[in-house]
Write a protein that binds this ligand. Structure first.
Ligand SMILES: Cc1cc2nc3c(=O)[nH]c(=O)nc-3n(C[C@H](O)[C@H](O)[C@H](O)COP(=O)(O)OP(=O)(O)OC[C@H]3O[C@@H](n4cnc5c(N)ncnc54)[C@H](O)[C@@H]3O)c2cc1C
Length: 441
């Protein structure tokens, strides 16, 4: 087999929303580049999530500035396939140079010369720069709590597709961020007995005073927050666009039939133990919810907005039995639980990237995506530059910053001093005079 060897100024790895945004900005600025994608465009939206998933933000918000979801009501929540179609159409719109079905297997900095050598499943590429857009959520993480046991089905939320995939019997869903909450709700509505393990979380109202929470986070400057408040690293956010969008209210989920339990602590002989933190976790989630209502009310008052008051948003349901008398443990077989869905998040995977851009924990070291290895960039990571960085609209703005940085670097590197300019001019005159005029590649 002959190995293809090509060179390009900038190589972008991954054609999800981040890779497409990067390509758009590089195209606008005239930077020669290529995007490699191992599967299809926006594959994670297409096949990497459960069947009924819709975007967490409304169509007017969860999109790039350059194109609307023209077939959707702006307040609707696009299905995951509609989001994938959107990105495919978006890439087509500006003719993004994307090659699909090509996996990058290794990238190394060249020794003694500039640039990188990148090995792929379709050949070798030389590039001056590499932009890593392989996603914020790559490797599903299951905490090492429950050992493998043939009688118990255990899957990560990344593998969950629909209730029919799970065996007969009850389910323990571990993790109450947007994924865990939506999956637990769907399983319970499908007739399953569901236990939901709830840790620290934020739960903004879906909408308040006729505005979606995406709007509130925007006008209150929360999407633009540059640093995560200390101690918030393990706080997940519970929102849902399912069934037209609703505020995640754990007490309502309990009233619906879901048994809430605290953080999952350990597993022994088929018995799962939980922390005694359920009431505290709910109380902190309530605080976060009320803080947004208060900030919204203050914003309305300060700006004299005519948005209808909504006092009923402050009425809380009473604590259900599972909160006042929380289960310290659950004997899975005794309770008829036959599966666990771990909605416990993801890690990144940079095994293929051999460059000096990682800290001792393997986390990218960068400033707004510009890494400590000159020529290597990261895009699409949570808090890359701000709270919105891993989300659809936020990644587009970060991509702009990185593209500008690349253009500036190219400008520096194209600088020639007087003697170099003179030599180049001389060469051009000689070539024009003595060489036949042919196109130079
Ligand atoms: C369940 C879930 C729901 C979400 N909902 C929303 C939402 O509603 N709104 C929102 O704004 N955000 C949402 N997000 C967050 C974020 O928008 C998505 O995670 C989004 O997919 C990230 O886009 P990305 O382009 O950064 O990465 P990805 O979509 O993960 O794309 C990365 C691409 O890189 C490719 N790739 C990886 N490694 C290689 C390699 N070595 N060689 C070649 N190609 C490679 C992959 O195949 C993939 O296509 C959600 C996330 C999850 C997990």
């Amino acid at each position: 087999m002959t190995v293809e060897r090509t060179s390009i100024d900038t190589l972008v790895v991954g054609a999800g929303q981040a890779g497409i945004a990067m390509s758009e900005h590089l195209s606008k600025l005239g930077v020669p580049h290529l995007v490699l994608e191992r599967d299809r465009i926006a594959e994670r939206w297409r096949t990497g999530r459960w069947d009924s998933l819709v975007a967490n933000g409304p169509a007017w918000h969860d999109r790039f500035p350059g194109m609307e979801f023209d077939d959707l009501d702006p307040d609707a929540f696009a299905s995951k396939d509609r989001v994938a179609d959107y990105f495919e159409a978006y890439a087509k719109k500006f003719n993004a140079p994307i090659r699909t079905g090509v996996e990058v297997t290794k990238a190394v900095r060249n020794a003694g010369r500039s640039g990188f050598t990148i090995e792929t499943t379709k050949g070798v590429i030389e590039a001056n720069r590499v932009v890593v857009t392989t996603g914020p959520f790559q490797r599903p993480v299951i905490p090492p709590i429950a050992p493998k046991d043939e009688k118990l089905t255990q899957i990560h939320s990344a593998e969950y597709r629909n209730p029919g995939q799970l065996p007969e019997g009850g389910v323990l869903v571990v993790g109450a961020g947007s994924s865990g909450v939506q999956i637990a709700d769907e399983l319970q509505r499908a007739g399953k007995k569901v236990y939901l393990s709830v840790g620290a979380h934020d739960r903004p109202p879906r909408a308040y005073r006729n505005r979606d929470f995406c709007w509130w986070l925007g006008v209150l400057g929360e999407w633009d927050a540059e640093v995560m408040r200390p101690g918030r690293e393990h706080v997940t956010i519970a929102v849902s666009g399912a069934r037209g969008g609703y505020t995640v209210d754990f007490r309502r989920l309990a009233a619906q039939g879901i048994t809430l339990v605290g953080l999952t602590k350990s597993f022994n002989d088929g018995v799962v133990r939980f922390e005694a933190d359920l009431a505290d976790n709910l109380a902190r989630g309530d605080e976060n919810y009320l803080a947004l209502l208060n900030a919204a009310d203050a914003y309305v008052a300060r700006n004299g907005l005519d948005l209808p008051e909504e006092p009923e948003a402050r009425i809380a349901l009473p604590d259900p039995e599972c909160v006042t008398h929380p289960l310290p443990e659950l004997d899975l077989a005794g309770a008829g639980v036959t599966s666990i869905v771990w909605a416990t998040g993801y890690a990144v995977d940079y095994d293929w990237l051999h460059v000096n851009a990682f800290d001792s924990n393997g986390k990218p070291k960068h400033q707004r995506g510009v890494s400590t290895e000159p020529g290597v960039y990261f895009l699409g990571l949570p808090w890359l530059s701000r709270r919105g960085s891993a989300f659809i609209w936020g990644v587009w703005h970060d991509a702009k910053h990185i593209a500008d940085h690349i253009v500036t670097q190219r400008k520096y590197l194209s600088y020639r001093d007087a003697s170099e300019r003179q030599a180049e001019d001389g060469r051009e005159i000689y070539e024009a005079k003595f060489l036949p005029s042919t196109e130079v590649h």
